[in-house]
Design a binder for this molecule. Structure first.
Ligand code: GUN
Length: 299
């Protein structure tokens, strides 16, 4: 078998095109605004933020980047978040991770107003997802993984998913989201014994551990679907957590790196921002669609 490639680049472009139409239909003061807080000068974070800004512009979402020195204190950063929470023009807020070691990320993420938490990293939204509450803001990467799986047309109910990695930003929320879609989910991590034995039982493998080319051909059941969340550098080249060249011979579908999950993450962040803009209390009148005729849409 040679796997079909799950083309995240193409799917993300489709999502962005649809979003662009929806955003264009919003009236002037309803245009979604994404505030990105970037602390310090982590090279990878800068690249991710640049990509988010470019993609936002493409769909008509305003993206404002707030760059902070890596010497900023926790209190000062909390004050920035508070200002963005209170700003009625800001629809969504993200804090690019990782943060410098002297800042407690949980404290910062918990300070983002849940309705504006378009990364879904606030523990309140993570809790809503864990409780299977539909109003949870679901973080972008798990949402992108789900969309990629749904694009195959497969029925997810009862499928055995093995998630490799238990991070707050991918492994855990991806496991919850797939559980909420009736999958049977096994979460594995660095202490898991006999990992290949577990992945061989999976209908779907989600690799999100940050280990270059960890997942080999003999880890995968014939015809399984393989989602690679890893973005690693090996010998100067970008690669995922899956040994793509080997595994594509066994899987039915596989995501490439780059061009798989990465572009979907950005597209889902923009979708979350659009949805957050519709939730802004200033536009409760029409949920942001602008057809209520009230003065808020006539600026
Ligand atoms: N760092 C790595 N991935 C992400 C992400 O999806 N959102 C944020 N805010 N930071 C990240």
């Amino acid at each position: 078998m040679t796997a079909q490639i799950l083309d995240g680049k193409k799917l993300a472009a489709d999502v962005r095109a649809e979003l662009a139409h929806k955003v264009a239909a919003l009236s002037g003061d309803n245009v979604p605004v994404l505030a990105v807080v970037l602390v310090g000068d982590n090279e990878a974070s800068r690249i991710y933020v640049r990509n988010k800004k470019k993609a936002a512009a493409e769909v008509g979402i305003v993206c404002e980047v707030f760059e902070m020195s890596d010497t900023i204190g926790e209190q000062a950063l909390l004050a920035v978040i508070d200002e963005l929470n209170e700003n009625p023009h800001v629809s969504g807020i993200i804090v690019q991770l990782p943060l410098p070691a002297h800042i407690n990320p949980l404290k910062i993420l918990a300070a983002i107003r849940p309705q504006k938490d378009v990364d879904g990293f606030n523990p309140y939204n993570a809790g809503l997802l864990a409780c299977r509450e539909p109003q949870a803001v679901v973080s972008a990467t798990p949402k992108g993984i789900l969309r990629l799986l749904q694009s195959t047309g497969m029925n997810l109910a009862g499928k055995h998913v093995v998630v490799i990695g238990r991070s707050n930003i991918v492994g855990r929320p991806a496991a919850m989201l797939l559980l909420n879609h009736d999958c049977t989910v096994t979460i594995t991590h660095s202490h898991t014994r006999n990992l290949p034995e577990l992945t061989r039982q999976a209908d779907i493998v989600v690799a999100a551990c940050g280990c270059p080319k960890l997942v080999k051909k003999d880890w995968i059941k014939f015809g399984a679907v393989v989602i690679d969340v890893g973005i690693n550098r090996l010998d100067g080249k970008l690669c995922g957590d899956v040994d793509f060249e080997q595994v594509k011979e066994i899987a039915s579908y596989i995501t490439p790196v780059p061009g798989g999950v990465g572009p979907m993450t950005v597209a889902m962040l923009l979708e979350n921002t659009y949805e957050a803009a519709l939730r802004q209390p200033t536009h409760e009148c029409c949920h942001g669609h602008g057809h209520c005729g009230c003065h808020k849409h006539n600026d």
